[in-house]
Design a protein around this ligand. Structure first.
Ligand SMILES: Nc1ncnc2c1ncn2[C@@H]1O[C@H](COP(=O)(O)OP(=O)(O)OP(=O)(O)O)[C@@H](O)[C@H]1O
Ligand SMILES: [Mg+2]
Length: 430
C-alpha cells in the first residue's frame, strides 16, 4: 500500500477485483451508497435481493426472506458457479437489517468469516439482548418480558416491577416504531395494546413478546464500530443533542464527534464492546445506543445494539480519511482488510437531522428546500418519501420524511445549521 489511508481500497490494481455478495432488502436507504463504495474500491458486487432494485441492469439473485433455507442454497450455488469460473466470493455483506441472518448463514456455508447466526438473531431481538446482557452483568434498565398472549394484568405487573416512568416496546421493530413511554399502569396497558396492533399491522409473527423496561433519563449517544479479531474499532460516536423524553421517541439530530469527556466516552465504548461480545458478535459493523443515566452519575446504560452500521442515510454525515465512506469501511472490514488507518474521521464536526412525520395524512409537498439547503454549513438535503405517499407519525410510522446534513467548525455550529435549515422547511401533510 502506498497510502495506508487507502486500506479500504483495492490494494493492487493488477489483482482481480474481489467479489462480494451484497444482500439488499427490498426497502433500504443504503443500496446506492454500497454500490458507490464498491465502485470506488474496485470491488465486484453480486447483489442478492427480495425486491426489484434499480441497479442499472446489474443482475440480481432473487432471495425470499420467508424462505431463508432456499435463499441461502441459491446464493451458495451461485457462489459455487462463480468460483468455478475463477471468481471466488470473498465476503457476504448485508446492506441492511432484514438481510443480516441470511448473510451470516450464507457466509457460513461458503466457509467465509461470519457472525454466528445465533448471535445475529439475538442482536435482532431486544428481549434476547436484555436477557443476554443481564447474564453478562451489563448496566441496562430493569426489564420484564411480557409474552404475546398475556393479559393486561401481566403488563400492569411488569410495569410496576420496573417502576415508572417505564418504556413499552416491540422487540423486533426499528426506527422507534412501537416504542412508548408510560408514566402509570393505565398508560402502560394502553401502550401495550397499541404496540400489539402496530405489530399485527406490520405482519410480525403472532408470538412476539413485548418488552417493558425502566425509563432512563439522560443524554443519549450512539456508537458505530467494526468488529474484527482485533476487537472493536470505533468508526463514529454521535451525540443526540435533542434527546427525546417521550412518549414517542423521534430520532432527530445526530452530531459527531461526541463532546463527551474522554473518560466518559471510553466507558461508553467499553460498555458497547462488552454488549457486542455478550451477544456473541465477532465480525462486521455494530451500532450501539446508550443513555448516560442522570440518576447514576452518567453511568452508560445499554439501550440496544444492532449488528449493522447506522441506519437511514445517516452514514452520509461521516467522511473518513481520504474521503472514504462508512460503506467502504464496512466492505473493507468484510474483506479482512485493515481499516484502522482509514478509521480516522476528518477533523470537521458534522451531523444529520432526521425529519420526523408530524401528523398522519398524505405528503403534499416540502417547501423551502432551496432556502434550507442555502443555510451556511448545510451539505445536503434529501427528502426520501415521495409526494403523494401516505405517512403516519410515531409510534405507528416507520419512516422519516428525509435527512438534512451539515458540517461546521464546531458541533454547536452544526446544530445551529441543522436547526436553521429545519426552520426554513414547510412540510405539507393533509
Ligand atoms: N429504557 C429506555 N429509557 C429511555 N429511553 C428509551 C428507552 N428505551 C428506548 N428509549 C428511547 O427510544 C428510542 C428508540 O428505542 P430503541 O432504540 O429501543 O428502538 P428502535 O426502534 O430500535 O430505535 P432506532 O431504530 O431508532 O434505533 C431510543 O433511541 C431512546 O431515545
Ligand atoms: Mg434504537
Amino acid at each position: 500500500l502506498t497510502n495506508p489511508a487507502f486500506a479500504g481500497r483495492s490494494p493492487d490494481p493488477a489483482q482481480p477485483a474481489p467479489c462480494v455478495f451484497l444482500l439488499v432488502p427490498a426497502r433500504s436507504y443504503r443500496t446506492a451508497d454500497f454500490l458507490a463504495a464498491a465502485g470506488r474500491m474496485g470491488v465486484d458486487l453480486v447483489v442478492g435481493s427480495d425486491g426489484a432494485l434499480p441497479l442499472g441492469g446489474r443482475p440480481v439473485i432473487p432471495v425470499t426472506l420467508a424462505n431463508p433455507r432456499a435463499s441461502a442454497e441459491r446464493l451458495r450455488a451461485s457462489a459455487e458457479r462463480l468460483r468455478a469460473s475463477g471468481v471466488p466470493v470473498a465476503a457476504v455483506v448485508a446492506a441492511d437489517a432484514p438481510m443480516l441472518v441470511l448473510a451470516a448463514a450464507v457466509a457460513a456455508r461458503l466457509g467465509l468469516p461470519h457472525n454466528r447466526v445465533a448471535a445475529v438473531r439475538a442482536a435482532a431481538d431486544k428481549a434476547r439482548q436484555r436477557t443476554r446482557w443481564a447474564l453478562a452483568g451489563l448496566a441496562q434498565p430493569a426489564f420484564r418480558i411480557v409474552p404475546a398472549v398475556a393479559p393486561d394484568d401481566a403488563v400492569r405487573r411488569a410495569a410496576q416491577a420496573v417502576g415508572f416512568p417505564c418504556v413499552v416496546k416491540a422487540v423486533s421493530l426499528s426506527a422507534s416504531q412501537g416504542v412508548l413511554r408510560a408514566d402509570d399502569t393505565a398508560a402502560a396497558v394502553a401502550a401495550a395494546r397499541r404496540i400489539r396492533s402496530i405489530l399485527a399491522q406490520a405482519r410480525r409473527p403472532a408470538g412476539e413478546p413485548l418488552l417493558v423496561e425502566a425509563y432512563v433519563a439522560g443524554p443519549e449517544l450512539s456508537i458505530d464500530g467494526l468488529l474484527s479479531a482485533d476487537g472493536l474499532s470505533v468508526t463514529a460516536v454521535f451525540d443526540k443533542p435533542a434527546t427525546p423524553d417521550g412518549p414517542t421517541f423521534e430520532e432527530t439530530m445526530l452530531v459527531t464527534p461526541s463532546r463527551l469527556p474522554g473518560a466518559a466516552l471510553a466507558t461508553a465504548v467499553g460498555a458497547a464492546t462488552l454488549a457486542a461480545r455478550a451477544l456473541g458478535l465477532s465480525h462486521g459493523p455494530i451500532h450501539a445506543e446508550l443513555r448516560l443515566d442522570d440518576r447514576a452519575r452518567g453511568r452508560p446504560m445499554m439501550l440496544e445494539l444492532a449488528a449493522r452500521s447506522i441506519g437511514g442515510l445517516c452514514s452520509r454525515a461521516l467522511r473518513f480519511a481520504d474521503s472514504v465512506s462508512l460503506e467502504e469501511l464496512v466492505l473493507a472490514n468484510a474483506l479482512g482488510r485493515d481499516t484502522a488507518p482509514a478509521v480516522r474521521q476528518t477533523a470537521r464536526p458534522s451531523g444529520v437531522l432526521m425529519l420526523p412525520v408530524s401528523r398522519p395524512g398524505t405528503l403534499r409537498s416540502v417547501e423551502g428546500r432551496d432556502r434550507a439547503a442555502a443555510v451556511p454549513g448545510i451539505t445536503g438535503l434529501t427528502i426520501t418519501i415521495p409526494v403523494g405517499q401516505r405517512v403516519r407519525p410515531l409510534p405507528e410510522g416507520d419512516r422519516y420524511l428525509g435527512f438534512i446534513f451539515a458540517e461546521g467548525d464546531t458541533q454547536r455550529d452544526v446544530e445551529r445549521a441543522l436547526d436553521a435549515a429545519r426552520a426554513r422547511l414547510r412540510v405539507i401533510i393533509e
